[in-house]
Design a protein around this ligand. Structure first.
Ligand code: URA
Length: 209
């Protein structure tokens, strides 16, 4: 039965013993758990270093990510790299970047709750493998889906503050403005740079995972 086939493919991915086996299995799976599969070019698993102590979680791949099969390689990704470089953080070496959903939504719309639900086991597995000390959530969509009991919030109040959550024991979380938002409103860049300084202080004093 087709459903069994989907289940066994998913079990193979989620049952992987190492991060690289997981990544290879997911990237090559031809996953059809949600309708984003019909318009994507590639499944975008991540970019960066799965041994690092910092995980960065964005929303969903865009056009460049879909074509290159790497997270945050378009304009927003270049800005993210630049902002992180300013605090001495190398996004290829010092962190792993992933998204809430692994396939590009059409017209870059926000992922739908049913798409996030279908894809979330993969992000959860990435977090389990990586055991990060710090998770940075890029933008309101990432915050909403990674912390679904957050309720109503305003980015103006949440961005740049560390918090913890029982679903992620031992992990410091911080939500930041999404770099695509900074591209649209560059006046917010100094504020994001301030938030990143706060992150930097925590990051440099945190022992490895
Ligand atoms: N925006 C995201 O949220 N993720 C990407 O990978 C690229 C742009």
């Amino acid at each position: 039965m087709q459903f069994d086939l989907f289940d066994s493919a998913q079990n193979q991915i989620l049952g992987a013993k190492t991060y690289s086996d997981f990544k290879e299995a997911l990237a090559g799976s031809g996953c059809v758990r949600c309708s984003l599969s019909s318009s994507r070019t590639h499944i975008v698993v991540d970019r960066g270093n799965p041994q690092a102590k910092v995980m960065i979680i964005g929303e969903a791949p865009g056009e460049n990510e879909d074509l290159q099969a790497r997270a945050f390689v378009g304009r927003a990704g270049k800005l993210l790299d630049e902002l992180m470089r300013e605090i001495g953080f190398n996004t290829e070496k010092d962190g792993l970047i992933a998204n809430v959903v692994k396939c590009r939504p059409p017209e870059n719309r926000a992922p739908l709750p049913k798409e996030v639900e279908a894809c979330f086991p993969f992000l959860r597995k990435q977090i389990q493998f990586m055991q990060p000390r710090i998770i940075l959530l890029l933008g309101a969509t990432a915050l909403r889906h990674v912390i679904p009991d957050k309720g109503e919030f305003s980015m103006g109040q949440e961005a740049g503050n560390f918090f913890s959550h029982t679903a992620y024991p031992g992990i410091e979380l911080m939500v930041l403005y999404h770099p695509a938002y900074i591209l649209r409103d560059p006046r917010k860049r100094p504020l994001m740079a301030e938030h990143l300084k706060r992150f930097q202080q925590c990051w440099i004093h945190t022992p490895p995972s």
